[in-house]
Design a protein around this ligand. Structure first.
Ligand SMILES: NC(=O)c1ccc[n+]([C@@H]2O[C@H](COP(=O)([O-])OP(=O)(O)OC[C@H]3O[C@@H](n4cnc5c(N)ncnc54)[C@H](O)[C@@H]3O)[C@@H](O)[C@H]2O)c1
Length: 211
């Protein structure tokens, strides 16, 4: 199937589906209903059915979806068999937590290098990931095309420029800075403060009144 035909909103939900199906598979479950899936991943079942219809997985009434089939499909679509190496820039509070976590569970990405300016951190490793000086970025980046930015906001743009010049294709930006990149580079921005503010706003204005 032509993956370009999957809507972007659907594509963003794939890792979520994948993680849950993988867990089911580990538990030995052979099939899952869209209702079960919906409750677990918190996506309404109509959306799940529509998403899955793009992959030709239509599910059968009274049977649900075949876990193995879906997993196989997602694994291929998400390139789960191919590990993407990632660099992390800024080994502070947030960066250190990511190095310990390192996205290993059910995932196809792995932080393999980290960079910082702090002399005490250079030459050490956290969770098996070596930490280099930011001055050595270009020299040490070989084979890495994705970067996570966890530096102070005022450093974000200049590091981004270096990453772009080096040739990365994607940046996951955790800093509050709105970074500018050429059109061909994809940036995903995760602003925890904005997410939290949004949650509080929704709680106030769209209370979940289930009584
Ligand atoms: N800590 C959080 O919970 C949190 C939450 C949301 C967003 N953020 C954002 O993530 C970023 C990092 O936050 P933090 O709390 O980990 O900060 P931090 O100060 O603990 O860590 C920043 C790290 O970046 C390093 N650094 C500074 N300049 C650098 C450069 N030019 N090149 C490479 N490394 C450099 C510092 O030495 C330090 O280790 C900030 O932009 C922050 O706003 C943090």
């Amino acid at each position: 199937m032509d993956q370009n035909k999957i809507p972007q909103a659907t594509a963003r939900r794939l890792p979520l589906y994948y993680r849950f199906l993988n867990n089911l598979n580990h538990q030995g479950k052979k099939r899952v209903s869209s209702k079960e899936l919906s409750e677990a991943v918190k996506v309404d079942s109509a959306t799940i059915r529509r998403d899955f219809s793009y992959f030709g997985a239509l599910g059968k009434k009274g049977y649900g979806y075949n876990v193995e089939y879906l997993l196989g499909f997602f694994r291929k679509t998400l390139d789960q068999d191919e590990v993407t190496e990632v660099a992390l820039i800024g080994v502070g509070n947030l960066g250190t937590a990511f190095l310990h976590y390192n996205f290993m569970k059910n995932n196809n990405t792995k932080i393999v290098k980290a960079f910082d300016t702090n002399a005490e951190k250079i030459g050490t490793d956290i969770g098996g990931v070596p930490i280099f000086h930011i001055n050595d970025l270009e020299e040490k980046m070989t084979g890495v095309s994705v970067a996570i930015l966890t530096v102070p906001a005022n450093e974000a743009q200049s590091i981004t420029n270096r990453l772009v010049d080096y040739g990365v294709s994607g940046i996951l930006n955790f800093t509050p800075a709105r970074i500018t990149v050429p059109e061909k580079i994809r940036v995903h921005h995760i602003d925890l403060a904005v997410e939290l503010q949004s949650l509080v706003y929704f709680l106030k204005h769209y209370p979940l009144d289930l009584d």
